[in-house]
Design a protein. Structure first.
Length: 237
C-alpha cells in the first residue's frame, strides 16, 4: 500500500516536547520522521513525508532557539522522500484579559500574539493535491488539530481514500476521528527508536550536528523545569 504522510510540526512539538510533562523528551527532538512512519507502517511504501512548520524568533532568554530549529530542518532536508515546508510567524497586538494577573495589575492588557501562517493551509492543499494526483492509497496525518476535519472528510468521502489520524496528544480528537477512516495515539516509544544520525551530512558534505541543548534530557522533577520559557500562543490546539 502506498502511504503519504503529513506532519503538523507544531502540533507534534507542543504535545510531545513542550511543557513540564514532556521535559524528559528533550533529547528526542532530533526526530527522523521518515523512520517514524516506516516503523508505524512496516511493509508499506512511504511515497512522501511532508512536514509543515515555521521558525519562530528567539525569545529574550533563549537566543539559540531559532538556530537549533534551523539546524534540525536542514537535517530533515537531507532525508530521502522528506519535504519540509517552512511557514512564518506574524506578530500582532491583541486586547486580552490576564487569567492570573499579579496583585495590583489591571487584568485587561494589550499583548503580542504570535500566529503561525501558511502551515495549515499548505498541509490541507498538499493533501488534496496528492489525492487528485493519485500519490497514495492511504494518507496519514500526524496531528490532533481540528482545522483538518474538512479536508480529511473530503478526501475520505468524496475521493474514497483512506485517511488515518495519528495523534501526538494523549487522545484523538473526536471530530477528527469521526472524519477519518481511523485514528490512534502515537506510540511515544518510537520517538527514541527513530532518531536522525548525529551528525547528518548534507549534499555538499557539510556536517549538521544535533544541538548541544538537545543532547541531555531534562529531569522533569528538577526546578529547572519551572524556568523554561513560556511561548505566546501560536494558533495551535
Amino acid at each position: 500500500m502506498r502511504i503519504a504522510a503529513y506532519v503538523d510540526g507544531f502540533n507534534v512539538y507542543y504535545n510531545c516536547f513542550r511543557g513540564p510533562r514532556n521535559a524528559s523528551n528533550t533529547d528526542l527532538k532530533w526526530l527522523d520522521y521518515r523512520a517514524l512512519f516506516d516503523a508505524m507502517f512496516p511493509g508499506h511504501e512511504i511515497t512522501i513525508v511532508r512536514i509543515y512548520t515555521a521558525i519562530v524568533s528567539n525569545p529574550h532568554d533563549d537566543p539559540g532557539q531559532a538556530m537549533r530549529h534551523d539546524a534540525y530542518l536542514r537535517a530533515l532536508d537531507t532525508v530521502p522522500g522528506v519535504e519540509v515546508y517552512r511557514g512564518r510567524f506574524r506578530r500582532a497586538k491583541r486586547d486580552a484579559v490576564l487569567a492570573r494577573p499579579p496583585e495590583g495589575v489591571d487584568p485587561s492588557q494589550v499583548v503580542y500574539v504570535y500566529q503561525e501562517k501558511k502551515s495549515d493551509v499548505s498541509l490541507a492543499s498538499h493533501l488534496l493535491m496528492d489525492t487528485l494526483d493519485d500519490r497514495f492509497d492511504r494518507a496519514v496525518l500526524l496531528t490532533n488539530d481540528t482545522d483538518f476535519v474538512v479536508p480529511v472528510e473530503l478526501v475520505r468521502v468524496r475521493y474514497g481514500r483512506e485517511v488515518i489520524i495519528v495523534s501526538p496528544d494523549r487522545a484523538v480528537n473526536k471530530e477528527l476521528k469521526k472524519a477519518a477512516s481511523a485514528g490512534w495515539v502515537l506510540d511515544r516509544g518510537l520517538l527514541a527508536k527513530c532518531q536522525l544520525p548525529d551528525p547528518v551530512v548534507d549534499s555538499e558534505g557539510r556536517s549538521i550536528h544535533k544541538p548541544e541543548k538537545w543532547r541531555i534530557p531534562v529531569d522533569p522533577t528538577s526546578s529547572l523545569t519551572l524556568l523554561s520559557p513560556t511561548r505566546p500562543a501560536c494558533g495551535h490546539r
